[in-house]
Design a protein. Structure first.
Lengths: 351, 75
């Protein structure tokens, strides 16, 4: 929608432009209004509440802008839109205790923009990643929070990244044997290969959607660990490398089908269809990620159309990632189709 | 799309909110300690408030205390 607006906007009257932006890009309007409030807050006596409004709209506009882009890759993980609710002098002690929520302080004197860092970290850890973190270990959860918060700040407020690194990330990754540090390194590799949000976080979210009878938390945690170990080499592999692309766990059962070999695509899509039907479908693989270059989109859709009786396409994602060849790296547009096995039970009994 | 809220108190309202919650006097007397690191919390270092077992606890402004609290809530 953003691309369409960019083409249409120059020819329209200002009132229509504002109306369209409000309708389709409210988070942008909110971020711009934050700048206005920031400017007005310099005139402290005249605009006493301007700083409060600036802090609120700055946080909401930027964080919800990030959520909107993330939703294209992992719709379920970004269902929550963030709002800042102020508590004021009218609050009753009993009501405060009954509500059971953490209240953060947002400062008037904030030269390093720590208000934004605290708000973003709280949003990522308590709302955005709630479901994907449901069954992971504390160190896996913390690494996810820190990594995703870092991504949010990189995109929405690069000026505060160094403060975040100094105060949040480095203290948790300084020790060489820190598990959090190892996970963050793994996430970095997986993200560089373009697979962090569309596959890793997506799988954790599917896992978080399930209910297990007599679940074994230790086994789920080990499986999340094996999921990360499985994705790391795939994310960094070179074109032409071979390796197992099926993750056959008890809790995460998925496979990656990379549609790329030109000699296969030029002749027929049958090898891919047969592989999914004969190898993956018979093992009841729950999610299949069919990945290829954007220019091969019609072939990918054809493959997925052939197996739609067994697998439903729940999402198509376009993104760019570096493909590694033996002598170079190439930025390529990718097309990913996420297929889910039909009739997956929500409750998973122990036997 | 649902909306979820972060609850916050702005500096402009901080003193009134603390008094209302019965924490203003304790803060001024140096009787409030950070729930995570145990250090005395002053008005300058106060970063967050939260209910805990029928009382109200506070956090200081060390980021490790914020991450520590969130880890504790997840465990």
């Amino acid at each position: 929608m953003g691309e369409v607006l960019k083409i249409l906007l120059p020819g329209l009257s200002p009132a229509v432009v504002i109306f369209l932006l409000l309708l389709f890009m409210p988070e942008k309007i909110e971020a711009w209004s934050a700048l206005l409030w920031k400017w007005l807050s310099r005139f402290g006596v005249l605009f006493k509440h301007a700083h409060k409004r600036y802090v609120k709209h700055d946080l909401q506009g930027r964080i919800n802008g990030f959520v909107k882009t993330l939703r294209a890759q992992v719709p379920g993980v970004a269902q929550a839109k963030m709002r800042v609710d102020w508590i004021g002098p009218e609050i009753e002690r009993k009501a405060f205790i009954d509500q059971g929520q953490l209240v953060i302080r947002l400062r008037r004197d904030d030269p390093m923009d720590r208000n934004f860092i605290h708000g973003a970290y709280l949003f990522v850890s308590e709302m955005l990643l709630k479901k994907p973190k449901r069954y992971v270990s504390p160190s896996q959860a913390e690494a996810l929070d820190l990594f995703v918060c870092g991504k949010l700040l990189e995109v929405e407020k690069p000026s505060v990244v160094s403060v975040f690194l100094d105060e949040y990330l480095h203290p948790r990754t300084r020790e060489t044997k820190s598990k959090v540090a190892l996970y963050i390194d793994d996430f970095g590799v997986i993200d560089k290969g373009g697979l962090f949000f569309p596959i890793l976080v997506q799988e954790l979210e599917f896992l978080g959607d399930k209910v297990f009878g007599r679940r074994r938390d230790d086994r789920i945690i080990k499986e999340v660990e094996s999921l990360i170990e499985f994705l790391r080499p795939i994310a960094s592999r070179q074109i032409g490398d071979h390796g197992d692309l099926d993750h056959d766990g008890d809790y995460c059962r998925f496979a990656l089908v990379i549609v790329g070999k030109p000699y296969k695509l030029l002749t027929s899509i049958e090898p891919y269809v047969n592989y999914i039907r004969n190898a993956l479908s018979k093992k009841d693989v729950e999610t299949i990620y069919v990945l290829g270059r954007l220019e091969n989109r019609p072939r990918l859709e054809e493959i997925c159309g052939r197996i739609k009786d067994r697998y439903e396409c729940v999402r198509q994602v376009q993104f760019s990632r570096f493909l590694r060849y033996s002598d170079r790296r190439e930025l390529a547009l990718q097309y990913l189709m996420v297929l889910r096995l039909r009739g997956i039970p929500i409750v998973r009994p122990s036997a | 799309m649902t909306r979820e809220s972060i609850r916050a108190v702005h500096d402009d309202d901080l003193d009134a909110v603390l008094d209302r919650l019965g924490l203003g006097g304790k803060l001024r007397a140096g009787d409030l300690k950070c729930r995570i690191c145990g250090e005395i919390v002053t008005r300058e270092t106060l970063q967050a408030l939260f209910p805990d077992s029928g009382t109200i606890k506070v956090l200081c402004n060390k980021p490790s205390c914020m991450t520590g609290l969130i880890r504790g809530r997840e465990d």
